[in-house]
Ligand binder design. Structure first.
Ligand code: NAP
Length: 294
């Protein structure tokens, strides 16, 4: 079994990006600029945004954080958020921006996503980018699936002719990953099956997987009997579970029962340190691409 070290691969890619940025700057270009919009004080979102800002520093990008307070007593209005998006769309100094999800319930997330100019949508969530991706046109790829594909590529794990099973059909992981892996080419050329909560006998499907991607957010729910010997297992899940031994009182847990599943695998990603760091790096690559395109 070989551990797929997403943290190490991400560090290498960040160095590559930083070199590309310095080369651009020495040719007289501006540094790529990523802006992040954060609404409220969701613990997970605060952490994700902090990691993204840190990654910008490591890559030599300029970054801006636009914070909005929003409480049940004084909620941020959807209108005000849309105004900010309009400003960022029209700000020539900003190459790309993200609105960190989830948003408070009173704000329509889809409306917010669709308000972002596709050319600045470095999360790759706008229907224009999603549609372009699904028919294999140049676009901003959704960050987590792009990170997974890059991990497979850098570990020399071919997807051509392989049975790939993805558990989870969300718009940010399962669906875009399925679209990427069924494209012609390698990475791609896989026979992809997508499972969800209405899939009967999940184990019967997952045991056919050469590459199994788990993205449900159900901690340790993928057990050894669900995995074929020699499979590659990619664990996307990140759920905070109580852990009294940690200062924070919690630890991150993947969807896979790692201890039991790992010995059966040819390759497996850990949680944390697998897919997570690659998601952030994909966002950096999209931002560099946005800056290069302008
Ligand atoms: P999501 O929108 O909640 O989707 C979960 C998916 O899992 C749904 O398609 C759901 O099916 C399916 N599912 C739930 N229970 C199931 C079951 N018993 N059997 C089969 N399928 C089941 O989640 P998400 O946003 O894709 O995120 C999934 C996990 O990945 C979460 O832990 C999240 O924190 C993590 N994540 C990590 C990263 C990273 O960078 N590491 C990035 C994104 C997400 P239905 O569609 O039928 O409801």
């Amino acid at each position: 079994m070989q551990l797929i070290d997403g943290k190490a691969v991400a560090a290498t890619i960040k160095k590559e990006i930083a070199e590309a940025v310095e080369a651009r700057v020495s040719q007289g270009h501006r540094r790529p600029h990523l802006a992040a919009v954060l609404v409220g004080h969701d613990g997970g979102s605060e952490t994700y945004v902090a990691h993204k800002i840190k990654a910008c520093e490591e890559c030599g990008f300029k970054s801006s954080l636009i914070r909005f307070e929003s409480t049940p007593e004084a909620p941020l209005s959807e209108e005000e958020l849309l105004k900010t998006i309009d400003k960022l769309n029209n700000d020539p100094d900003v190459d790309g921006f993200i609105v960190q999800l989830p948003l408070p319930r009173h704000i329509d997330e889809q409306k917010v996503i669709e308000a972002i100019l596709p050319e600045k949508d470095v999360d790759g969530f706008h229907p224009s980018n999603v549609g372009r991706q699904s028919i294999g046109l140049p676009c901003f790829h959704s960050a987590t699936p792009a990170g997974i594909v890059e991990l497979l590529r850098r570990y020399g794990i071919s997807t051509r002719g392989k049975n790939v099973v993805i558990i989870g059909r969300s718009n940010i992981v399962g669906k875009p990953l399925a679209a990427m892996l069924m494209q012609k080419g390698d990475p791609g050329d896989a026979t992809v099956t997508v499972c969800h909560s209405a899939t009967p006998d999940l184990g019967e499907v997952t045991r056919r997987a050469d590459i199994l991607v788990c993205a449900t957010g159900r901690p340790a729910s993928v057990t050894a009997d669900m995995v074929k010997d020699g499979a590659t297992v990619i664990d996307v899940g990140t759920t905070r579970v109580p852990d009294a031994s940690k200062k924070s009182g919690w630890r991150l847990c993947g969807d896979v029962d790692f201890e039991a599943v790992a010995p059966k695998c040819s390759f497996i990603t850990p949680v944390p340190g697998g897919v997570g760091p690659m998601t952030i790096v994909s966002l950096m690559l999209n931002t560099l691409q946005a800056a290069q395109a302008r």
